[in-house]
Design a protein around this ligand. Structure first.
Ligand SMILES: *Cc1c(COP(=O)(O)O)cnc(C)c1O
Length: 356
């Protein structure tokens, strides 16, 4: 993909970089931001005033519709640096398509492709010193769009702002992840917004997740809202199960987010000759496989942590521990994926996108 930076993106460089103040060896995920951010306003029926400016607070009216009706969508992607200083993104076209799919569902106008990639390229060039080489280091990229029109009437806004902010990240060690299979609360319903990265999907998960935390677990695996018999996904990760040597994962739907990591793992599994089945996964079937000693692994897949192995799950009053494997699919896939992302291996699927 060759990128021309659109001439209508204005750039204001920061007068003083903050990079010297940052300790890159103790970054807390998503708390430190680079020198620049991108904004663009939707007004009078079109996206305009695209600009890269120094990162910092911006004034928004308390009556802006985003605060009242939750018209907000986001994306999560990463940039990586190889040993020669080359900067890469991983399948960024997927994230671009997905934010517009999310926007459409939330009645937010879709964002133009040339501005999205132009802004990303320019910002990554400007802030590339914030990306450290080394496996696990990355720059987390957070594009998002919010309704800025003033007015507390419940209808779609006619003014929006699109932002891109960048946050340096280190390897994201989740530690032991113990999960609860949800029996009461739901994340998404048919016809709803589960497939979208809509802000409200996440806010609604915090309360049930806190209940799980009080019981000593870290996350909830959401089940279908009709029966709670089928395992769907985690809060920000798709979920894979390994029974014997077969991988299982739920099909995407309007309740399940179509993760880039998930679809990349399915491709890799196929490429490596690992049997992977996309099908609805029953809670009972997983418990049964556990009883028979055939449930080898459960892991989450998402951009932030890449792969998160799960060490135990609970359902009802029972807790089921998972074995610690020497040669897990989780660590094998993580290695393969990161080798592609960090330009350490061949890229048979053309997933790597060089920025500079
Ligand atoms: C972002 C997200 C994922 C993972 O998607 P990736 O594209 O792999 O990062 C999975 N589920 C939900 C609910 C998410 O928000």
């Amino acid at each position: 993909m060759s990128i021309t930076i659109p001439a209508n993106i204005s750039v204001e460089q920061t007068s003083k970089s903050r990079i010297q103040d940052v300790n890159f060896n103790s970054l807390q995920f998503g708390t430190v931001f680079t020198d620049h951010m991108f904004c663009c306003d939707f007004k009078d029926g079109k996206w305009q005033d695209a600009r890269i400016v120094p990162f910092g607070p911006m004034t928004i009216s308390p009556a802006a519709k985003v605060f009242h009706y939750g018209q907000a969508v986001f994306e999560g992607m990463k940039a990586y640096k190889d040993e020669n200083g080359g900067v890469f993104m991983f399948r960024p076209d997927e994230n671009f398509r997905r934010i517009n799919k999310s926007s459409k569902r939330l009645a937010i106008p879709e964002f133009p492709e040339d501005l999205f990639f132009g802004a990303l390229h320019r910002m990554l060039e400007m802030d590339k010193d914030w990306i450290k080489p080394g496996l696990g280091n990355s720059l987390y990229i957070r594009p998002f769009a919010i309704a800025t029109q003033v007015g507390v009437s419940a209808s779609a806004a006619n003014e929006y702002r699109f932002y891109i902010i960048l946050s340096p990240a280190q390897a994201y060690y989740t530690g032991e992840v113990k999960v609860v299979f949800s029996e009461h609360y739901s994340r998404a319903a048919d016809g709803g917004v589960g497939f979208a990265k809509a802000a409200g999907n996440y806010g609604a998960q915090f309360y049930p997740t806190n209940l799980a935390k009080e019981k000593g677990f870290n996350q909830v695996i959401w089940t279908d809202s009709h029966t709670h018999e089928y395992l769907e996904e985690a809060g920000t990760m798709n979920i894979f199960f390994r029974i014997d040597d077969t991988l299982l994962t739920a099909p995407t739907s309007d309740r399940i987010l179509d993760g880039v990591t998930r679809k990349s793992l399915l491709k890799l599994a196929d490429y490596l000759g690992i049997n992977a089945e996309v099908k609805r996964v029953r809670v009972d079937e997983i418990k049964q496989a556990h009883r028979e000693g055939r449930l080898m692994e459960i892991f989450g897949a998402g951009t932030a942590a890449v792969i998160s192995p799960i060490s135990a799950f609970s359902h009802g009053d029972e807790t089921f521990d998972l074995p610690v494997l020497e040669d897990s699919y989780a660590s094998m896939f993580k290695q393969k994926l990161m080798d592609i992302q960090y330009n350490r291996s061949e890229d048979p699927f053309n997933w790597r996108h060089q920025v500079c």
